[in-house]
Design a protein around this ligand. Structure first.
Ligand SMILES: *[C@@H]1O[C@H](CO)[C@@H](O)[C@H](O)[C@H]1NC(C)=O
Ligand SMILES: *[C@@H]1O[C@H](CO)[C@@H](O)[C@H](O)[C@H]1NC(C)=O
Ligand SMILES: *[C@@H]1O[C@H](CO)[C@@H](O)[C@H](O)[C@H]1NC(C)=O
Ligand SMILES: *[C@@H]1O[C@H](CO)[C@@H](O)[C@H](O)[C@H]1NC(C)=O
Ligand SMILES: *[C@@H]1O[C@H](CO)[C@@H](O)[C@H](O)[C@H]1NC(C)=O
Ligand SMILES: *[C@@H]1O[C@H](CO)[C@@H](O)[C@H](O)[C@H]1NC(C)=O
Ligand SMILES: *[C@@H]1O[C@H](CO)[C@@H](O)[C@H](O)[C@H]1NC(C)=O
Length: 328
């Protein structure tokens, strides 16, 4: 998660900073400090952290370590962000660091030190935790997997406290059905074509929720099916039909051949009529192709017919034979 990563980074920065300080400066043990928890839009006041009047020219400095960024410093005379982050004196004469209209990016470590240049003492070391509603870095995404692979659906939402995730799938058969899976990953080992669907993940915490959609497509090689491998006819019969169903994703082209002829049968020529029915395609990736012999059967028609599946570069990737025999 991005956020926990930020914390790790800021911790790293803290360590680096402490190391440098210990080399430059007489080390004074840090006072333990409670983390401050705020939500986006709140006002945060950290401190107090007062100057030691006994030291001439002593100043108060807050050093801000926000996730992954270069540390920034704030002095009484030099606020940040046009005054959004600055040091002010409250009614009791204490100096506080005030952050108006807290933002997500304000999360980090805030250290107050006083003293003179080269001889500063750390008085406060406070972690500011900023709470906010979940956010996904995308609204929808497409994922194509090959049948048999392991599918990994990730839903990495930011948000503090860490959001809970709910998954559901949306297809015709699973009308927004909850999957009973929580956590930021859905793991689909040995994925099948029936897992093609739109999956929704919903991330929520007490400050809001966000949702994302993953369109999963599952590809698999062409499978051909003929309804009869052997047909019988007699001379003079008309409208003999042969049917071939192709199941594939992505869909392939179906081409019919007669016998060992190298040229395919052209659809809708004077002898043959070829039609495809895409009705089933959407749901089951199936296309039905029907070859109809429209002339009355004669000797030349009794032969073996081939239904071949070709991919977009014209390679035959599967075929089935149908034998049209003369009835004895
Ligand atoms: C650093 O400041 C402390 C007071 O906070 C003082 O006692 C000490 O002498 C100073 N050290 C140096 C090297 O100036
Ligand atoms: C996902 O695929 C659909 C249809 O193929 C396309 O319109 C859309 O732009 C794609 N979305 C992304 C995030 O690539
Ligand atoms: C989601 O976060 C996990 C760590 O929590 C990380 O391993 C994974 O790669 C991330 N996935 C995506 C798609 O960002
Ligand atoms: C799917 O859910 C919506 C809204 O809950 C409902 O209107 C629709 O009839 C449902 N469809 C099916 C096929 O169950
Ligand atoms: C994947 O699923 C197929 C079909 O259900 C099955 O034949 C195969 O053994 C499975 N493979 C693994 C590694 O589980
Ligand atoms: C097809 O096969 C037949 C015999 O089965 C043969 O006589 C004919 O020459 C072949 N034609 C082609 C184009 O190979
Ligand atoms: C078609 O199939 C051939 C042989 O399997 C393969 O090399 C080629 O990449 C495929 N083309 C497409 C567009 O899938």
């Amino acid at each position: 998660m991005g956020t926990s990563m930020n914390y790790r980074n800021s911790l790293k920065l803290t360590l680096t900073f402490s190391t440098i300080i210990s080399l430059l400066v007489r080390v004074v043990p840090c006072t333990g400090n409670e983390p401050v928890v705020k939500k986006v839009g709140d006002k945060a006041e950290l401190g107090h952290c007062n100057n030691d009047k006994a030291i001439t020219n002593s100043v108060v400095m807050w050093e801000i370590h926000r996730g992954g960024k270069k540390p920034q410093t704030v002095f009484e005379k030099y606020p940040l962000d046009g005054g959004r982050v600055g040091i002010f004196r409250n009614d009791y004469g204490e100096l506080l660091l005030e952050i108006k209209n807290v933002r997500e990016a304000d999360a980090g470590r805030y250290k107050c030190m006083t003293g003179t240049t080269g001889n500063m003492t750390i008085h406060k070391d406070i972690e500011l935790i900023v709470q906010f509603g979940p956010k996904l870095p995308w609204e929808s995404k497409n994922l194509t997997l090959h049948e048999g692979e392991t599918g990994e659906l990730w839903c990495n939402a930011s948000g503090i406290p860490i959001p809970t995730i709910k998954w559901s799938r949306k297809s015709r058969d699973y009308n927004d059905t909850e999957m009973g899976i929580s956590g930021n990953i859905v793991w689909i080992p040995n994925i099948t074509r029936y897992a093609k669907d739109t999956y929704k993940c919903q991330a929520s915490n007490e400050f809001g929720s966000d949702e994302g959609f993953i369109n999963v497509d599952v590809s698999f090689p062409a499978e051909l099916e003929v309804f009869e491998e052997e047909l019988q006819g007699v001379n003079g019969v008309t409208n003999v039909e042969m049917a071939c169903a192709v199941t594939a994703n992505p869909m392939v082209n179906i081409v019919w051949y007669k016998g060992n002829e190298t040229n395919p049968i052209q659809g809708n020529n004077w002898q043959y009529n070829e039609q495809t029915d895409d009705n089933m395609k959407e749901e089951y990736y199936t296309t039905l192709s029907i070859l109809k012999i429209v002339l009355p059967l004669d000797d030349a028609h009794f032969d073996t017919y081939y239904c071949k599946a070709k991919n977009d570069s014209g390679h035959v990737i599967a075929l089935k034979a149908i034998n049209l025999a003369r009835r004895p």
